[in-house]
Design a protein around this ligand. Sequence first.
Ligand SMILES: Nc1ncnc2c1ncn2[C@@H]1O[C@H](COP(=O)(O)OP(=O)(O)OP(=O)(O)O)[C@@H](O)[C@H]1O
Ligand SMILES: [Mg+2]
Length: 207
Amino acid sequence: MLELEGIHFHPATAEKKILNGLSLKAYAGLPIIIGGSSGSGKTSLIEVISGLAKPQSGRITWFEKHLSERQRRMLSGVVFQFPERHFLGLTVGQELRLGHKRLSGEDQSEALFKVGLSEVNIKSAPEKLSGGQQRRLAIAVQLLRKPSILLLDEPTAGLDWSVRDEIINLLANLSRNQVLVIVTHEPELFRKWVKSTYQLKNGKLIK
Ligand SMILES: Nc1ncnc2c1ncn2[C@@H]1O[C@H](COP(=O)(O)OP(=O)(O)OP(=O)(O)O)[C@@H](O)[C@H]1O
Ligand SMILES: [Mg+2]
């Protein structure tokens, strides 16, 4: 279980506090959707949870044990907004192997299977995949890290509606086994299967 308690986040370069006493509990199997207007701090919250940013105060724990930034980076897999813009591999296989030099064929197949890309030729260029397949590949890359906490920033942004549904169904499946936090402009898209929906407002989460 991931718990955030009384998180205050105010980077020196920000005009005002971004997170202001925010608290959150997230469990495997109970995905959390966080909505909020542009600039409300959704991406910042993902950066704080994943250890990419350090809050000024507050506690972040995993099964009641304090987590350092480094430990949070190890536990987290982050799929940033428009991840397909940041593919570096020349092929699907290369993209999966970045950071996993000794990736076994079995692990590679498993990751592709989990995201419904078993049929894709690993020699094809990531840019040649469809928009939905590219998003799936970005999720597969994070799954290879076997993250306990999967964080997604606007996973449905820029996808047409049929592809959006595919991605939402995939996330619903993944959420069964791990802590999943999704921040999005479109929380209503997830209402079908997510019970915990919050809004980020004035640096806090409200129901
Ligand atoms: N490191 C930083 N330094 C200065 N300001 C920052 C920093 N990180 C975020 N901000 C500011 O904090 C606010 C929240 O930003 P954030 O990107 O988290 O919002 P968001 O909810 O993800 O917005 P969007 O929906 O547009 O993606 C914004 O006003 C942003 O400019
Ligand atoms: Mg954002």
